[in-house]
Design a protein around this ligand. Structure first.
Ligand SMILES: Cc1ncc(COP(=O)(O)O)c(C=O)c1O
Length: 427
C-alpha cells in the first residue's frame, strides 16, 4: 500500500508561473498560501493566479502582434466563461470569442469592446443572433445555412460575417475534442463550401469577409496547425482568416507542449506562406490561455483502503468533468506536509463510479482534512461545473501579489432552491 518512503515533490512547473513554496514548505499561488485561501473561502475552490493570467494574455498578444501586426487574439471564453476572467484578458489586449448569447452577455458585462468580439455557435437561435446584431460584434461566424437564413431575415443592415469551414482534418486528440473533420457537427464540409459562399453572396444582409477554421482542442503537434492553414488556402481566398484555437498544454510532468511563441511562429509562417502577409488574422486560444493559470483546492473527506486506496475529496465531477468526459490525466498533490508516498485513486463525492479526479497517482499518504491541489484546472472545469447531487458550484478566487479576492462567489443552497417554482407554500 505504502509504496515508497520518500515524500513525492509537488511539480511546480504544472502550477501557475511564479508558484513557490514558502520557508515552511507551504504552497504559494500568486503569492498567497493556498492553505490560507482554502481557510478563507472554503473548499473546493478554483484559484486563479491573476498575474500569471495577465502575463499569458500579454505574451499571446505580443507573440502575434510582433509577427503579424494585423492580428487579434480572441480569448475563447468557453474555456472559462466568467466575466472576471474575460475582463482580465481583455485588459491585456485580447478580444473575445463568444459562443451564443450567454458568453456574449458575459463578455459585455466584462466591458469587452464589441468591435473585438467574434460571435460563434453551431445552433444559433434567433435570440442569439439578435443579441449579436444588437451588440454590433466584429464578425458573426456562419456555421450553417440556417444561420444564413436567420441573419438575412433579422438584420437591418449588412452584417460582417466569416464562414466556418471544415479543414477536413482528423486532429490528433481525444475524439470529443475533434472538430475539423468532415463528419463534425461544426462548420461546412469542404465539398459544400463553394456552394455556401455563393448562397451567402445572394443575401444583401450578409457581408462575407473571410473564413474560420478550428481543428480541435489539446493539439500538441504544431504540424496540425500548418495543415489547417494549407487546407483553408485551398478554398477561395479572402482578406480575413480566423484560425480558431486548439494549442494543447501540459497536464502532468510527463507531458510536453509547444510554447505560445513556437505556436505563433509556426502559424504565422504558414499564414504568410499559404494565405499572404496582408490578411487580417485572428486566433482563438482557450485552454492554452487559462489552463495552467488555475488550480483547484480540495480537502480530503475520507480515505478507504482496500483493493485500491480511494481518497475522496469534497468535490469531483461537479467541478471537473475533464476526467470523465475526456479521460484527461491530472497530477494532484497532498500539499503542505511531507510523509511517505502512496499510490491512490483520487475520487469525488458524487454518486458515480466514474467520478474520479485522478487514477493511480502517487501522493503523500493522505489523511482526512489534508489539503489537496489539482493543477492545470483553469480551462473547461469552471465551464462544465454542475449541480450533480445538488452540489454547490465552487467559488473563483483571484490570487495576486499575496492578496486574494473573490471573483465568483460559491453558490448557495438558496440559489438552487430559488429556481424552484412549485415549492409547498409558493403561489
Ligand atoms: C471555434 C472554437 N474556437 C476556439 C476554441 C478554443 O479551443 P482551445 O480551448 O482548445 O484553445 C474552441 C474550442 O473547442 C472552438 O470550438
Amino acid at each position: 500500500m505504502t509504496d515508497s518512503p520518500t515524500s513525492p515533490a509537488v511539480d511546480l512547473s504544472l502550477y501557475p508561473d511564479g508558484t513557490s513554496l514558502d520557508a515552511a514548505g507551504r504552497l504559494l499561488v500568486g503569492g498567497c498560501a493556498v492553505a490560507d485561501v482554502a481557510e478563507k473561502y472554503g473548499t473546493p475552490a478554483y484559484l486563479v493566479d491573476e498575474g500569471a493570467l495577465r502575463r499569458t494574455a500579454r505574451s499571446y498578444t505580443d507573440a502575434f502582434a510582433s509577427r503579424h501586426p494585423d492580428s487579434l487574439v480572441l480569448f475563447a471564453s468557453k474555456s472559462f466563461p466568467s466575466a472576471s476572467v474575460i475582463g482580465v484578458v481583455s485588459e491585456e489586449g485580447c478580444g473575445v470569442d463568444a459562443a451564443a448569447a450567454g458568453e456574449l452577455a458575459m463578455a459585455l458585462a466584462a466591458g469587452a469592446d464589441p468591435a473585438r468580439i467574434v460571435f460563434h455557435g453551431n445552433a444559433k437561435t434567433d435570440d442569439d443572433l439578435l443579441s449579436a446584431l444588437t451588440a454590433a460584434v466584429r464578425y458573426v461566424v456562419v456555421d450553417n445555412l440556417d444561420d444564413v437564413e436567420r441573419i438575412a431575415r433579422l438584420a437591418q443592415e449588412p452584417v460582417p460575417v466569416l464562414l466556418r469551414v471544415s479543414p477536413s482534418l482528423d486532429a490528433k486528440t481525444h475524439t470529443a475534442m475533434m472538430t475539423g473533420h468532415d463528419a463534425s457537427k461544426f462548420g461546412i464540409p469542404s465539398d459544400q463550401v463553394a456552394d455556401v459562399i455563393r448562397r451567402i453572396r445572394r443575401e444583401s444582409m450578409l457581408d462575407l469577409r473571410g473564413l474560420h477554421a478550428h481543428v480541435g482542442s489539446q493539439l500538441l503537434d504544431l504540424d496540425q496547425f500548418e495543415a489547417a492553414v494549407r487546407a483553408v488556402a485551398a478554398f477561395e481566398r479572402f482578406g480575413v482568416y480566423d484560425l480558431g484555437g486548439g494549442l494543447g498544454v501540459r497536464y502532468t510532468s510527463a507531458d510536453a507542449a509547444p510554447s505560445v511563441e513556437d505556436y505563433a511562429d509556426r502559424l504565422v509562417t504558414a499564414v504568410h506562406r499559404h494565405l499572404g502577409a496582408d490578411v487580417e488574422l485572428m486566433v482563438e486560444p482557450g485552454r492554452s490561455m487559462v489552463a495552467r493559470n488555475g488550480i483547484t483546492a480540495y480537502r480530503v473527506v475520507t480515505v478507504k483502503r482496500g483493493v485500491r486506496t480511494h481518497v475522496a475529496v469534497d468535490g469531483g465531477m461537479g467541478d471537473n468533468l475533464e476526467v470523465s468526459l475526456y479521460g484527461q490525466a491530472f497530477q494532484p498533490s497532498v500539499v503542505d506536509r511531507s510523509g511517505p508516498a502512496e499510490i491512490v485513486d483520487l475520487v469525488g463525492r458524487h454518486c458515480e463510479s466514474g467520478d474520479e479526479l485522478a487514477h493511480g497517482v502517487e501522493v503523500v499518504s493522505p489523511r482526512v482534512g489534508d489539503l489537496v491541489t489539482v493543477p492545470v484546472t483553469g480551462a473547461y472545469c469552471y465551464t462544465m461545473s454542475n449541480n450533480y447531487n445538488a452540489a454547490l458550484r465552487p467559488p473563483v478566487v483571484f490570487c495576486r501579489d499575496g492578496e486574494s479576492r473573490l471573483a465568483v462567489r460559491r453558490e448557495t443552497f438558496e440559489d438552487l432552491v430559488r429556481r424552484e417554482c412549485l415549492l409547498p407554500g409558493a403561489d
